[in-house]
Design a protein around this ligand. Structure first.
Ligand SMILES: Nc1nc2c(ncn2[C@@H]2O[C@H](COP(=O)(O)OP(=O)(O)OP(=O)(O)O)[C@@H](O)[C@H]2O)c(=O)[nH]1
Length: 331
């Protein structure tokens, strides 16, 4: 019998550093051929523009959440990959920031064909040291999942990421909180998700017995879970070029005033007077702008239409206001 293909699930709340980790793995010197399955939350997908260009094959799944509506698609993609098993050494699945990793993990134990040919190697949870605390502490209505807690609870490896944004005391307090949810997993401190790949890939860390102890219904395929529907997204795709000054001022005011509710924002932007593609990244009130000239994202292709793509994810989002705000930045 040939070896089973190892599968790693990369999870973690919105903006934690999952795509940063995928890029770190793709550019790493591991000599492995990796297939990547990407699932993104939000009306408009921008991650395809944020993943580095490599020879690896990337499968996008953007029409729903990987732990619920598009699980069938996941099984189909895995089915396709199994037919070309000789072409891959490993598979990475990046879930949305609002996914429960358990139903995704379950896929590798309940489908006979998948079970025979693939091995769930590890659930790797990326944690944003600065922002995860508030999401872990959040009280949800009866029956509604706290996805952030689930992601920590099911982790085999936790990347304690963005250590640069917190003090030693804050970090230690967070480790205490994480240990209260998951006493066993290895916790690895990282900055920009930079981790020794030997510590997270091919580690055979997923332990079904331990999961069943914690969650006896793990293999129950009819199990239901309910997401927090108060978290929604507003996406836009707008042709044209934005004025950098106006854009910066709009985004910084918006996130300063609404960054408690806007968990995540990101965009691919065309800026007036520049040939470069700009990338905007926001996590709560923190924002950053970079360009393809600095190696972020990919440059505009000569024939490519200059379409700005933005997505905001959070609570109490005002679609009209966000649309009008961006349109006012166009030249
Ligand atoms: N300061 C700091 N920023 C980081 C670190 N790691 C990632 N970031 C930034 O955080 C932002 C979000 O990173 P991503 O990798 O896109 O996060 P993600 O988990 O894929 O986000 P979603 O897929 O939207 O949920 C980007 O601007 C990253 O550059 C870190 O260690 N420190």
């Amino acid at each position: 019998m040939t070896d089973k293909i190892p599968v790693s699930i990369i999870t973690g709340f919105l903006g934690a550093g999952k795509t940063t980790l995928v890029n770190h793995i793709l550019t790493g010197n591991h000599g492995k051929k990796i297939a990547i399955i990407e699932n993104e939350f939000g009306e408009v997908g921008v991650d395809d523009g944020l993943v580095v260009e490599t020879k690896e094959e990337i499968f996008e799944m953007n029409n729903g959440c990987i732990c619920c509506t598009v699980r069938g698609d996941l099984i189909r993609i895995l089915g396709k990959l199994m037919k070309r098993k000789d072409k891959f050494d490993a598979i990475l699945i990046e879930t949305t920031g609002l996914a429960d990793p358990a139903p995704v993990a379950q896929t590798f134990f309940v489908d006979d064909e998948i079970k025979e040919q693939m091995l769930l190697d590890a659930i790797i949870t990326v944690v944003d040291c600065k922002h995860v605390g508030q999401h872990l502490d959040e009280e949800k209505p009866e029956g509604v999942e706290n996805e952030s807690v689930e992601q920590v609870a099911f982790a085999d490896k936790i990347l304690l990421n963005k250590t640069d944004l917190v003090s030693e005391e804050e970090k230690m307090a967070l480790i205490g909180k994480i240990r209260g949810i998951n006493a066993y997993c290895e916790i690895i401190e990282t900055n920009h998700s930079k981790v020794d790949l030997d510590k997270i890939l091919g580690v055979k860390a997923f332990d079904l017995g331990r999961v069943m102890e914690k969650e006896p219904e793990f293999l129950d395929v009819d199990g239901e879970h309910q997401h927090d529907n108060s978290v929604t997204s507003v996406g836009m795709e707008v042709e044209g070029e934005a004025d950098m000054g106006k854009l910066n001022s709009w985004l910084s005011t918006l996130l300063r005033e609404k960054g408690v509710d806007i968990f995540r924002s990101k965009g691919i932007l065309a800026i007036s007077g520049s040939e470069d593609k700009y990338v905007f990244q926001g996590v709560h009130m923190l924002m950053g702008m970079g360009s393809s000239a600095e190696g972020l994202g990919r440059p505009w292709k000569p024939e490519e239409k200059r379409v700005n793509k933005l997505v905001f994810i959070g609570r109490n989002l005002n679609r009209e206001e966000l649309n009008a705000g961006f349109k006012a930045c166009l030249v």
